[in-house]
Design a protein around this ligand. Structure first.
Ligand code: SAM
Length: 234
């Protein structure tokens, strides 16, 4: 039987399912015309951020930026930082490109690939000032929990890619995912949780409200926010 073949390679467990999602004509045009300006191809080579952004500035990575509105807003509000966004959902990428062009920003680049692969293969060690993971897919069913992006190896990978003094910022609106995150952080020696807040959308940490946060609030969910500082192991 095929699945008993020991030479057969296991497919990695992904934290997303590729949804085809309908591209609007303006999103399609944005992907065609604006990708050369903001897009970065996925290749198994480390990025040179100074060459990529044509300057030397601290880099903030946002994983799973959705439609990108929050990402673009942060890039507009913090011109002294460079922003790198990773997303696999094509309509979201198109939406983000349009928002970036409308905002006229130059401190933003996007990658269309699995963030785990990008972190492993393209992000140099100790190169990021900050990683934002806002409302990652919660995979609420128990049999799907293994698909949650936040797992011990992912946490270690994030710590490896952050510079000394860098931080990981997480938010969720799923109580069960929040409990899982609490357990992960408590068991990790790579991060120290310096801020934790549970709220109703009124007191986020230092981030704008996101589309999925608004959706969660409409459904009566609470919101959890963490700031996790990279531990100094020296
Ligand atoms: C629940 S949505 C949240 C979107 C946005 N951050 C917000 O708060 O509105 C999660 C997003 O993460 C993306 N995603 C999930 N796993 C990913 C991965 N491994 N690499 C890149 N994007 C991923 C999904 O495509 C989806 O758009």
């Amino acid at each position: 039987m095929a699945n008993q073949d020991p030479t057969r390679q296991r497919r990695p467990i992904r934290s997303f399912v590729r949804r085809t999602g309908r591209l609007t004509s303006s999103q399609k045009r944005a992907l065609d015309e604006l990708w050369p300006r903001y897009g970065v191809e996925f290749t198994p080579r480390l990025l040179d951020f100074t060459a990529l952004f044509e300057r030397c500035a601290p880099v903030v990575l946002e994983i799973g930026f959705g439609n990108g509105e929050t990402l673009v807003q942060q890039a507009v509000e913090n011109p002294e930082f460079d922003y790198l966004g990773i997303e696999v959902h094509e309509p979201g990428l198109g939406h983000c490109l349009i928002a970036a062009q409308d905002a006229g920003i130059s401190n933003l680049r996007l990658i269309a690939a699995d963030a785990v692969d990008v972190l492993h293969q393209q992000i140099p060690p100790t190169s990021l000032r900050r990683i934002n993971l806002y409302f990652p897919d919660p995979w609420p069913k128990k049999r799907h929990h293994k698909r949650r992006i936040l797992q011990p190896p992912f946490l270690n990978l994030c710590a490896d890619r952050l510079e000394a003094g860098g931080s990981l910022h997480i938010a969720t609106d799923w109580a069960n995912y929040a409990a899982h995150i609490e357990e992960l952080l408590a068991a990790s020696d790579r991060f120290v949780c310096s801020s934790r807040r549970e709220h109703d959308g009124d007191q986020p940490l230092d981030r704008p409200m996101t589309k999925f946060e608004r959706r969660g609030l409409r459904q009566g969910h609470r919101i959890w926010d963490w700031r996790c500082d990279k531990a100094d192991l020296s």
